[in-house]
Write a protein that binds this ligand. Structure first.
Ligand SMILES: O=C(O)[C@H](O)[C@@H](O)[C@H](O)[C@H](O)COP(=O)(O)O
Length: 243
């Protein structure tokens, strides 16, 4: 389990720029090694960072396989949907085939939707073991949640399913589907991006706190992979370690 690699930049614009360059570097390396780049995206500020920064960069988009670390169980035309802004702002902009992005199916019941999404993932990662994503791009909420894994929620203990439904999310909307910790921690590279002084306390608790009980974001520790945190100065304000 690698220690987190923390990078601090002056502004959130710089975080976005460096993050996008890092994603492309990892994507191109993965494509060179095993032919495709499997990536999980999240909502929040990442949508803007990635949709503004990735188009125009040099990569073979046809080799990307885009999934969601979590998704809100809402129709595609809902403003709460995470898939649609990525479809419009990234997939359509770079001319990637829509076969390369895997949204949840909100027409199914939420538990069927989670099962169906796990199957979609397994199709791209054949075999019985845990899927091993090249990269998971993660945000952290003000309560320390990541994906749709919330503090104190029983889903933090889930060990069987790779994707789980949640119907009592403390943050609306209440119904979502989410990757679980075993699949998150099996990735090759997990990357958080957090900006703004409002995140400073939580960033410090997650990265330096005693962690009892550990916050969901602190439970992201890839077993055999890298962990990166991209922060702006505001979010890094309370870190005690010298960076
Ligand atoms: O599903 C959600 O309700 C949000 O997407 C949420 O999980 C978000 O990713 C974090 O709150 C981080 O948000 P920021 O990236 O804006 O800090």
């Amino acid at each position: 389990m690698a220690a987190p690699i923390i990078s601090v930049f002056d502004t959130d614009a710089e975080v976005a720029e460096r993050l996008c360059s890092f994603v492309i570097e990892k994507a191109n390396a993965a494509i060179a090694i095993h032919g495709i780049f499997t990536v999980g995206l999240s909502g929040g500020s990442l949508v803007k960072y990635l949709c503004d920064g990735l188009p125009g960069k040099a990569t073979d988009w046809s080799k990307w396989r885009i999934f969601f670390c979590d998704e809100r169980y809402v129709p595609y035309d809902s403003t709460d949907c995470t898939y649609t802004p990525y479809k419009k702002g990234l997939v359509d902009k770079v001319g990637m085939s829509s076969d390369n992005i895997f949204p949840i199916d909100p027409n199914l019941s939420v538990s069927e939707c989670a099962r169906d999404y796990a199957e979609k993932i397994r199709h791209v990662f054949p075999g019985l073991g845990l899927p091993r994503f090249d990269m998971l791009l993660l945000g952290m909420g003000p309560d320390g949640h990541t994906c749709s894994l919330f503090p104190g929620h029983p889903l933090l203990q889930e060990r069987e399913q790779i994707i789980a439904p949640i119907t009592d999310s403390p943050k609306p909307p209440p119904c979502r589907v989410t990757m679980t910790l075993p699949v998150v921690n099996n990735c090759r590279c997990a990357v958080f991006a957090s900006c703004g002084v409002a995140k400073a306390d939580m960033v410090q608790r997650v990265l330096e706190g005693s962690g009892d009980p550990p916050l969901p974001a602190a439970l992201v520790r890839p077993t055999d992979g890298e962990l990166h945190w991209f922060l702006d100065k505001g979010a890094a304000t309370n870190l005690k370690q010298k960076l």
